[in-house]
Design a binder for this molecule. Sequence first.
Ligand code: HEC
Ligand code: HEC
Ligand code: HEC
Ligand code: HEC
Length: 449
Amino acid sequence: MIRLKLNSIIIFTVILSINIWAQKASGLGSIPYDAFKTPEYCGTSCHTDFYQQWKQSMMSQAYTHHWDEIEYFELAIPHAEKDEKVAEVREGCNGCHAPLSYLAGDVPPPRPSENSRANEAVSCDVCHSITGFEGDIPYNFNYIMSPGKTKYSSRIGEVTSPAHEIVKSDLHSSGDFCGICHNEKSPFGIWVKSTQIEWREGPYSKEGVQCQDCHMPKAAAKTATMGVEYPDTKLHLFHGAHDNGKIKGTIELRIHPDIREVEPGETVKFTVALFNQKTGHKFPTGSVEDRIVWLHVEATDSDGNTFHLPVDKKGFDGEEYTISADVLAYQDMGIAKDIPDFKGVQRDGVPFGDRIFRMPYFDPQGRMTIQQWNTASLGVDYRIGPRETKVETFTFNIPFEAAPGKMTVKAVLNYQKLVTPVGEFLNVPEDELEIVKVNEHITDINIYD
Ligand code: HEC
Ligand code: HEC
Ligand code: HEC
Ligand code: HEC
């Protein structure tokens, strides 16, 4: 009897020490920093290639990246201190951007310049300690973490690692895994990030294509220096909006006129078809509050004079947010910035009349916002879905001053991670405001004398 009791105490203690963190919900202050290995520990002699790939990706920069630092320290924290409704973001942002600090209860974490463990951001051991998520839907860092000697990953492998054990986790091979951080609900209960939901509802998930297939492509490579080569090693590229090569060609464009031979004063209707052939979710996705994609159409006559063609209106609800215009927005930045009655900044920063593929976010006062945590409602979703084709028309009255001969008409689709007026207002470094050409196509018409 006593022996049995002793045994069960020993067993209980052993289970407790192996699995101590998994027993608790992985919340604020539930796991100390030193429960996690550093990326350098994983990547210096064993997983050298994965480490270098990860290091170049946004995963390793989720806390240190300039724009993240500005948004967290200059907007989110001051706002959270002034408004009880959004107070939770002081901790919450870190659940995804600096998970180690969130779990350690070290919030706000030290600034990136202080070189603390917050800087490890979304590290190897964060992802490879995840054993599941709470509830039915992955979102808002609802991960269950079990750091320790056991790592969770998609394959056990042929070579035993001297550093750790591996438990096979099917979750790691599923897009649901990514949804833990790539779906986000605001304090107002609005889906402000829904990449995994968009993917789940779209064609790719139904065909079994996972996020990993496009962002961690499989190739013949070793998973560790002392390991064997597998034909389907999952490269840790995580390339997305910050990789211009990933953005380019996402949408294919074709433009054509309804008639090719015209006289000045006559009207030509140009049609542009935009086919999303590359993304597994909508385009843009993720930080949709910041991102814009816009279509610019310009005609050039035989003398080199150019004419800008504004898009034809379609007449749907909320269309005014999808055509660039001379209006101000983002007034709620004034709360954090301590500017009473802040008038806002220009909404779009692109030529007026261009079609913008976006979804506007609104603050509780119904004004457009880039602060996803202050989002109380969403506007029209005019983004381009996976494999969707959108069609836009441009009715052009040929000006009398147009020179006779060949007139070329060019359609260019551009992408920007953050609208210029907001970036300039907040002093965000220029690379975040870079305009990336997604694609272009040219057609021509002939102008008679
Ligand atoms: C623990 C949270 C977490 C998990 C799990 C996670 N991500 Fe991320 N991911 C982030 C954060 C935070 C960023 C934003 C980095 C930044 O720009 O600050 C990010 C950025 C990215 C980017 C770069 C986007 C850009 O703007 O360039 C890609 C691509 C990406 N993740 C893909 C994935 C995929 C695919 C998975 C699943 C295999 C995944 N992520 C799982 C937190 C996570
Ligand atoms: C954002 C989450 C995330 C981060 C960060 C991450 N991994 Fe992974 N890793 C995964 C996922 C998901 C898989 C499985 C992909 C699949 O099955 O398609 C994986 C697979 C692996 C594998 C097995 C590969 C194979 O083909 O068998 C190894 C080894 C690995 N990761 C090591 C690392 C190391 C080392 C780091 C840090 C340098 C790291 N991971 C960072 C999510 C991550
Ligand atoms: C069929 C391939 C494919 C699949 C599947 C896919 N993506 Fe993407 N993803 C892309 C391409 C191409 C881009 C670049 C264009 C863009 O930004 O949307 C991208 C961009 C992104 C970005 C940056 C978006 C932005 O504008 O800031 C994130 C984050 C991301 N993907 C995460 C995911 C996650 C998470 C999943 C699964 C739920 C996933 N992706 C599934 C192809 C794919
Ligand atoms: C549920 C997880 C999650 C939470 C919570 C979260 N983020 Fe993010 N954040 C992400 C992911 C994932 C991305 C990448 C999306 C993309 O690239 O489109 C991102 C992107 C960003 C970006 C854009 C980075 C870029 O380079 O374009 C900023 C800035 C940012 N987050 C700041 C914050 C702040 C501030 C908070 C708190 C108010 C916060 N995030 C809360 C997951 C999260």
